[in-house]
Design a protein around this ligand. Structure first.
Ligand code: CTP
Length: 424
């Protein structure tokens, strides 16, 4: 899940660092949005080190990425812990004077707030009225605990333990919808830039049968394809994931999953679908055994036989190149508007660096975008982080993302593809 963790200016901010760890250690992609007051208590380096991402409090940094809109739109869950009386008041009024309050206004996902403040502030009718308003709009409020506060005083107002907020947050996310005003707003982003578009993503390494029990395969885990499929669903697309590897439940629940094994089976699914956006993230085997034995190949054929079979390989179809040819052969403008993204795992060599080979492959394959991953020494395959260069056929500009979690690279790839639709 993509989680935005809002942190506001309270002494309990240090507990949010533990909450952040719970989220990241369970595999979630967390962007921390502290308010400027929050940074008086726990500094930006803590949030950046624990989340693996830069943090920003205002809306005038990093403006080209439009974070004041995008963060909320693409979040699956927003959690504010601790939520001060000030934040509750701003959220109840719909104010938007920093990144966190902007994010709260653009989010259509479940929102959870864990208030923490002194008892008098918590019990004040103004705070209670704001909390009631937020609840009425579907925000989940995690009640403050009673106990020792910052000084010697005790009473309700303590931030609950991080695991209590963690459980409440996951339960709110699982509930799937939030009330926003009088209307139930579904989590699916019908308004997203890919709303109404069909997207097909391939993922995983193909398996090329040798006999009924053996195959030739490769090390691809499918993680990049899963992240792309999730990112496209985030932007409102109808996504089909054609994959050799089983996707995690939070991806499978939001896309149509088609399991395949071989390159030829994958090719059939891709060519029959003709999606608006095709992303070939799969590691497709270039070769397969020419003959597939119909029964298991035996080690020996009798005493003294220590021979080994010779497997002759034949070329597999190049699915990406065929999909480009299929699109380009169609004269209708609908087909020309389709966008095709290829991937390349590249290393530099004596002929040129990664970008040199990537540019050549982009031209050879004829796709609109090529995502070049730097590989070698265990980099990329099966890892959660990688570095990718995004090359476009219609521009010399290269966008480099990373080293970053695959979910970030996926979001950048899908954003780029969506921008091609909007400029067509
Ligand atoms: N691909 C494909 N069908 C194949 C092989 C690859 O559709 N038979 C797609 C991959 O999914 C990827 C892109 O083509 O999106 C690039 O794959 P890659 O193996 O790097 O390309 P090749 O043309 O095989 O180049 P190389 O000689 O570098 O392996």
């Amino acid at each position: 899940m993509r989680i935005v963790l809002g942190v506001t200016g309270g002494i309990a901010g240090y507990k949010a660092a533990l909450l952040l760890r719970l989220f990241t250690e369970s595999g979630h992609d967390v962007t921390v949005v502290p308010t400027s007051a929050a940074l008086e208590f726990v500094g930006a380096p803590t949030w950046e080190a624990l989340s693996g991402k830069p943090v920003q409090t205002g809306v005038f940094e990093n403006v080209h990425a439009v974070p004041h809109v995008k963060l909320g739109q693409s979040a699956d869950l927003v959690v504010v812990a601790p939520a001060t009386a000030d934040l509750l008041a701003k959220a109840a009024c719909g104010m938007a004077n920093d990144l966190l309050t902007n994010t709260l206004l653009t989010a259509r996902c479940p929102v959870v707030m864990a208030p923490a403040m002194h008892t008098e502030m918590w019990l004040h009718p103004a705070t209670q009225a704001n909390v009631a308003t937020l609840r009425e709009r579907g925000v989940t409020i995690v009640e403050p605990a009673s106990g020792r506060l910052t000084g010697a005083d005790t009473g309700p107002g303590r931030l609950p333990d991080p695991d209590v907020i963690y459980e409440a947050a996951l339960a709110a996310a699982a509930s799937g919808t939030r009330r926003d005003g009088a209307e139930k707003v579904p989590v699916a982003r019908e308004q997203g830039p890919l709303a109404g578009r069909t997207v097909l993503v391939t993922a995983g390494g193909t398996r090329e049968a040798i006999d009924p029990v053996r195959y030739l395969g490769n090390r691809s885990s499918g993680k990049m394809g899963f992240a792309i499929a999730a990112a496209a669903a985030d932007l409102g697309a109808k996504v089909t994931l054609v994959t050799t590897a089983t996707p995690p439940a939070d991806v499978a629940s939001r896309v149509d999953v088609v399991m395949v094994e071989s390159a030829r089976a994958m090719r059939e699914k891709v060519l029959e679908a003709e999606p608006d956006l095709l992303v070939m993230a799969a590691a497709v085997a270039d070769f397969r055994p020419g003959e597939v034995a119909t029964s298991k190949i035996k080690k020996t054929h009798g005493p003294g036989d220590d021979s080994a079979p010779v497997i002759t390989l034949v070329r597999n179809p190049d699915i990406l190149a065929e999909a480009v040819a299929q699109r380009d052969a169609k004269a209708d403008s609908e087909a020309r508007r389709r966008v095709i993204v290829g991937f390349a795992a590249e290393t530099g060599d004596a002929d040129g660096d990664v970008l040199f080979h990537a540019r050549a492959k982009l031209a050879r394959k004829g796709c609109d975008v090529l995502v070049a991953n730097e590989v070698g020494d265990g980099v990329t395959f099966g890892q959660d982080e990688s570095t990718a260069h995004l090359l476009r056929a219609d521009s010399d500009e290269v966008v480099t993302v990373g080293p970053a979690p695959k979910s970030h690279i996926a979001a950048a790839v899908v954003d780029l593809a969506a921008s091609i639709f909007t400029t067509q």
